[in-house]
Design a protein around this ligand. Structure first.
Ligand SMILES: NC(=O)C1=CN([C@@H]2O[C@H](COP(=O)(O)OP(=O)(O)OC[C@H]3O[C@@H](n4cnc5c(N)ncnc54)[C@H](O)[C@@H]3O)[C@@H](O)[C@H]2O)C=CC1
Ligand SMILES: O=c1[nH]c(=O)c2[nH+]cn([C@@H]3O[C@H](COP(=O)(O)O)[C@@H](O)[C@H]3O)c2[nH]1
Ligand SMILES: [K+]
Length: 498
């Protein structure tokens, strides 16, 4: 006979945190959000630590190289999606690993005989006003000169003339060699009063541009997640179909960590694939999932998973519960899995971090997931709203939106699902839609981090392990849920005090 779990399956909206005593040394400035990403033995540090407990979802609409760079600079980590050819995903990994703070690959490039009017078009398209003039018009061609929007004016200069007529030629242009460090480049920008310093290789080919206007930007990220060579860290999603080809290519490209991406990780496919990766590439950490209970967690931890992802059907674009009748309220799932993780540590001495994936609707849900035992969270909708995500930004009568679609939706054309038994996609497990546009990740995530730190201060915790072990949670009734929201008619515009 089927077994019925006695406990009701609960979501984050049903819980609130109780304040604990806050001591005077506990303030947002003293809160430390560091958290382990991968399995470690008690007493030893995790081989990869995040500086803040955020990862971005393994989704086409979310985890681009641009987003991965921005998130790693802010202390988190992205998992680049695998719903693309192996060489394309490897190239995306390389783009993140080759990122050098302050060293920009020029995106506004022309030939010396291109016209000024073409240059105006290129500048309009990229939004940048400094162009590299190279022998082949590419970002890595031999540098012939630089031309900026200040070097010509449509009323003074013939826009049909060549850019070479207005560029500053390389002979007169201060430039630097390939071994230049960022601090050396910045010193020259200030000492020589330059706006831009091109960095060339030994053959005179353009490598990067360093801009004075980025100076403050480079100092802004004290919490970057980097490898031993100070390169940003990046993760990559993999699947249980083509891992024997995909994993070596991703490792070659420099991926720091991998994660199996599946709606249901409690399967022999995933255990076999984990065993294979651990046997052939023991050096690379690899996460597994998704699961929703202790049984699924223990299965994957025993198969070698370096972290386990929790969540079936709770995501904002998910319709798995409607379609397959599979899933569990995310709060119940995280609590159950976290208990199994603690039991696994007791039994084996190994700590296998837990990730709460999907279904985080409000910023405070992140605090709840962490309090319930998650070591870090993964979010799709949240990151899809930012400039750095892949979806197009569209204007509506209510303001801007960004496109966001599920990996199980028709739009994702998820090849491994299409490939089943030679059939196409029989039914969708995700939707295709829009989320409100939220601007730049750097600014949006800073607000979420500030809220999380303030919540932890109210709960009297300066570290995540302390938060997890001392948090007190209460269930909310429908009535008290109503009480939580503002109950006045809101002004259309904020009031200003005289
Ligand atoms: N977290 C969630 O609640 C959900 C997530 N998704 C997302 O949708 C995407 C697709 O997920 P899934 O459909 O679960 O993909 P999947 O590739 O894990 O599974 C697809 C089907 O292939 C089977 N399978 C897996 N490996 C196999 C192998 N080596 N040989 C033969 N059959 C194999 C599975 O049992 C399943 O029936 C993922 O990006 C996932 O994250 C979709 C639905 C729900
Ligand atoms: O049922 C689903 N159908 C889909 O098409 C789909 N695509 C992604 N995912 C999962 O949702 C997570 C992101 O959820 P949020 O947008 O709520 O952060 C992701 O991290 C995934 O776990 C899907 N689930
Ligand atoms: K299963």
């Amino acid at each position: 006979m089927a077994q019925v779990i006695a406990e009701v399956s609960r979501t984050f909206n049903e819980f609130l945190l109780l304040p604990n005593r806050t001591r005077t040394d506990c303030s947002p400035a003293t809160v430390d959000l560091r958290t382990p990403l991968v399995r470690y033995r008690g007493g030893e540090p995790s081989a990869i630590e995040l500086q803040s407990p955020f990862t971005s979802a393994i989704m086409q609409a979310v985890s681009t190289p641009e987003l991965a760079i921005a998130l790693a600079r802010n202390g988190g980590l992205s998992f680049l999606h695998h719903n693309q050819p192996i060489q394309d995903q490897a190239a995306a990994v390389r783009r993140v690993k080759n990122f050098k703070a302050g060293f920009v690959t020029s995106d506004t490039n022309v030939h010396s005989d291109d016209t000024l009017s073409l240059l105006v078009d290129v500048m309009r398209r990229t939004g940048h006003s400094t162009a590299a003039v190279t022998h082949d018009g590419s970002a890595s061609g031999r540098l012939l000169g630089l031309v900026t929007s200040r070097d010509f004016h449509p009323q003074r200069h013939d826009l049909d003339g060549p850019v070479s007529g207005r560029m500053i030629p390389i002979a007169d242009l201060p430039h630097a060699g390939p071994d230049t460090t960022l601090s050396e480049a910045n010193a020259r920008l200030w000492d020589e009063r330059l706006d831009c310093l091109p960095v060339l290789d030994d053959e005179g080919h353009l490598q990067y541009l360093v801009f004075r206007s980025d100076y403050a930007d480079n100092k802004r990220f004290p919490d970057q997640v980097v490898d031993a060579a100070k390169r940003l860290r990046v993760g990559a999603g993999i699947n249980t179909h083509d891992y024997q080809e995909r994993v070596p290519a991703l490792l070659e490209a420099g991926a720091d960590v991998l994660c199996f991406d599946s709606s249901d990780g409690y399967s022999d496919w995933q255990a076999q694939a984990l065993t294979w990766v651990k046997k052939h590439y023991p050096e690379i950490p690899v996460g597994g999932g998704n699961v929703v209970d202790g049984e699924g967690f223990t299965f994957l931890a025993e198969a070698g998973a370096d972290f386990v992802k929790v969540g079936v059907g709770g995501g904002s674009i998910c319709i798995t519960r409607d379609q397959k009748g599979i899933g569990r309220g995310q709060a119940s799932a995280v609590l159950d899995v976290a208990a199994a993780r603690d039991a696994f540590r007791e039994r084996t001495g190994e700590y296998v971090p837990v990730c709460s994936d999907g279904g985080l609707v409000h910023d405070y849900h992140v605090a709840l997931a962490l309090a319930m035992g998650a070591d870090f969270v993964m979010m799709g909708r949240y990151f899809a709203r930012f400039d750095q995500a892949a979806g197009a930004k569209l204007a509506t009568h209510d303001g801007f939106v960004k496109e966001y679609w599920g990996e199980g939706s028709n739009r994702a054309r998820n090849w491994q699902r299409y490939g089943q038994g030679g059939q196409g996609l029989i039914f969708e497990e995700g939707v295709d839609g829009y989320v409100p546009y939220a601007g730049d990740l750097n600014e949006g995530l800073a607000v979420t981090i500030a809220k999380l730190k303030t919540t932890m201060v109210s709960c009297g915790s300066t570290t995540l392990p302390e938060f997890q072990s001392t948090a007190r949670l209460t269930l909310v009734s429908e009535q008290s849920f109503q009480e939580s929201h503002a109950n006045v008619t809101l002004r259309e515009t904020p009031a200003t005090l005289a």
